[in-house]
Design a protein around this ligand. Structure first.
Ligand code: PLP
Length: 384
């Protein structure tokens, strides 16, 4: 085990982050808010073309605030992609809402527009109006937002776009995260850029973002004494962390290129192996390839995704299964789930794998992963 550990996706500093962090120290703006926060928000606005942005302590807090601003309360239905990290749906529970899960389509791995429409029709027949739809953009690719926006408009349900994994992705030329009423980014340590921990809530509705900012600072009213009329949270990003974010925004485009290059190398090395299918980049979509993901056809390969993850772990390489769908999680076992026949999200979980996509990997390390994947598959074939 002499070789360096290969990670799934680890923080990758560009070099200017420290300068901005030092700025916070030099001006003693260690407290939340300050120039780094303003500049970080400005750079995200500039990059995405959105009107308003509010830097927060996490992507999860951004989803929580968005749901709160859409007035989600006890018993309210919120539709949500099933194939995602738990943070997409946990905030629905914070507010006492009822999550309802929607299957993925097999092409984009993201929310299936047909299953979404089926759910919305079902609730309309029941005389129930869902309060929001949380659409997740997995692994660096936008969902089919043109169709999803059209359906949600027709049923008059606002969209929260969970773009935690898709900063920099585009769909039909438009930035991922800017399609819904609200968009959410995460700057957690494993995301394409990081602030060590952080998130952002964005919207073209400046009034709503002002409200978010108010709620994120304990709903403190403008008064010399501490005056509070509504419930609030302590959700703002620290000015120190925002300094990291400012520096990271300067290398975002470079990181996207690196991520896409890693993916291309995997494709070149593995596409001839029958039974391996890479996550498709759907028409009109620009995929950042935050994580390089693929499915293994067990009928053709005889090796499971789980088996391959374990095998790579034995070689000091971090790979992961695809997200376990939320409708399969004990936490959500009472929740409804809408699908069009086949359960695609279950299939993607059972057969999908995320290969190491760390932008600090060398070409030799990428080749090492490719050769090990091939070796594992070949060994199994020989034994079979
Ligand atoms: C990372 C992630 C989040 C949560 O972001 P945090 O900043 O970790 O709170 C939400 N949704 C998805 C899909 C994520 O991958």
């Amino acid at each position: 085990m002499s070789q360096r550990r290969i990670l799934l996706s680890s923080p990758h500093m560009g070099g200017t982050e420290k300068k901005y962090v030092d700025e916070a120290f030099d001006t003693n703006w260690i407290a939340p808010l300050g120039n780094n926060v303003d500049q970080f928000e400005a750079s995200v606005k500039n990059f995405t073309g959105i009107e308003a942005a509010c830097a927060l302590s996490s992507g999860t807090s951004a989803i929580h605030l968005a749901l709160d601003l859409l007035d989600v309360g006890v018993g309210d239905i919120v539709l949500c992609s099933s194939l995602t990290f738990v943070a997409s749906a946990n905030p629905i529970l914070y507010l006492g809402g009822t999550p309802v899960f929607i299957d993925s389509e097999i092409d984009s791995w993201n929310m299936c527009p047909k299953s979404l429409e089926k759910a919305l029709k079902y609730y309309r027949m029941q005389g129930k109006q869902p309060k929001a739809v949380v659409v997740v953009n997995l692994y660096g690719q936008s969902a089919r937002m043109d169709q999803i926006v059209e359906i949600c408009n027709r049923f008059d349900v606002p969209i929260i776009e969970d773009a935690a994994e898709s900063l920099g992705a585009k769909y039909r030329g438009r930035m991922s995260g800017t399609f819904g009423k609200f968009g959410v980014y995460s700057f957690n340590g494993n995301k394409i850029i990081t602030t060590s921990g952080g998130g952002m809530l964005i919207s073209d509705d400046t009034v709503s973002i002002s409200k978010a900012l108010h709620k994120a600072t304990q709903s403190k009213e403008a008064a010399k004494h501490y005056q509070h009329e509504k419930v609030g949270y302590n959700y703002r990003l620290s000015n120190v962390c925002a300094g990291i974010g400012r520096g990271q925004m300067e290398v975002l485009e470079e990181r996207i290129e690196q991520k896409r290059r890693i993916f291309d190398k995997y494709v070149a090395g593995l596409q001839d192996v029958p039974g391996i299918s890479f996550m498709p980049e759907i028409e009109g979509s620009f995929h950042t390839r935050w994580l390089s993901t693929l499915t293994l056809d067990p009928g053709k390969l005889g090796v499971t995704a789980e088996g391959l993850v374990d095998y790579l772990a034995d070689h000091n390489i971090e790979a992961r299964p695809v997200w376990k769908p939320l409708h399969m999680q004990p936490l959500f076992k009472e929740c409804e789930y809408f699908t069009e026949g086949q359960d695609h999200s279950r299939y993607l979980f059972e057969h999908g794998i995320c290969l190491p996509s760390d932008t600090k990997m060398t070409d030799e390390e990428i080749n090492r992963v490719i050769n090990l994947v091939k070796a594992r598959i070949l060994t199994h074939k020989l034994l079979a």
